[in-house]
Design a protein around this ligand. Structure first.
Ligand code: PGA
Length: 231
């Protein structure tokens, strides 16, 4: 199983050092990918934890103040990168075309993109969720070769689940996962959105899930350790 940790905009330098000390103790054979706030990336030093990123610039190096390129990420040992998280789509107004460019930049550096997709509460209620997911997948992968598509990891994160404590039913998750597989039959698919200790036993019954993208629980190492044990 893949366990991707999305720290978001959390943890100061000192807090991150303490966090790494706690994280080191988790003993697991699962693939753990830590995606910290960019400023903490260089501090990751745990043997069985892969280095990930929460974001990448859609441009290569140059006069782009405040951006971080895929080449720079690569030089810090980054092997995976989240792209198209709903928070970036909402607050930074990232479009599907921006996300397509970011995926291309990552693949140029042989960094595996973790493409986040998912519908809002309103889109779910209006039964538009498959249209939204289709558009997100089609545009993001429109310039990829078949071999490049195989490298993508997809994270299905319904926006109404992120940080809310609400998760979809198992049938709803399976329905979307089967739909994603029609576009990307060989991609690993993660579930993200309020996955935690109280619902992991329910989620575990879904054989289609290849792993999880964890936000809130990524910051609580005791809970995270329990979560990984149940996996
Ligand atoms: P959450 O966040 O686990 O806190 O819901 C998941 C995510 O945003 O990736």
């Amino acid at each position: 199983m893949i366990v991707a940790l999305n720290n978001k905009c959390n943890l100061t330098k000192q807090e991150f050092e303490k966090y790494l000390d706690e994280l080191k103790i988790i003993d697991t054979n699962h693939l753990v990918i830590l995606c910290p706030s960019h400023i903490n990336i260089g501090q990751i030093n745990i043997d069985n934890v892969k280095v990930g990123s929460e974001n990448v610039s859609k441009t290569n190096k140059g006069a782009y103040t405040g951006e971080i390129s895929s080449e720079q990420l690569k030089s810090y040992g980054v092997e995976y990168c989240i792209v198209g998280h709903s928070e970036r789509r909402e607050y930074q107004k990232e479009t599907n075309n921006d996300i397509k460019e970011k995926i291309l930049r990552l693949l140029e550096q042989d960094i595996t993109p973790i493409l986040c997709i998912g519908e809002s509460k309103e889109e779910r209620e209006n039964n538009q969720f498959k249209d939204v997911i289709k558009e997100e997948l089609e545009i993001a992968t429109s310039e990829l070769t078949e071999t490049q598509k195989e490298k993508l990891i997809v994270a299905y994160e319904p926006i109404w689940s992120i940080g809310t404590g609400i998760i979809p039913t198992n049938d709803q998750i399976i329905d979307v996962f089967e739909y994603i597989k029609k576009f990307l039959p060989t991609s690993k698919i993660l579930y993200g959105g309020s996955a935690n200790l109280s619902n992991i036993n329910t989620l575990k019954a879904i054989s289609q899930i290849d792993g999880y993208l964890l936000g809130g629980i990524s910051l609580k190492v005791n809970d995270l350790s329990g979560f990984i044990k149940i996996l």
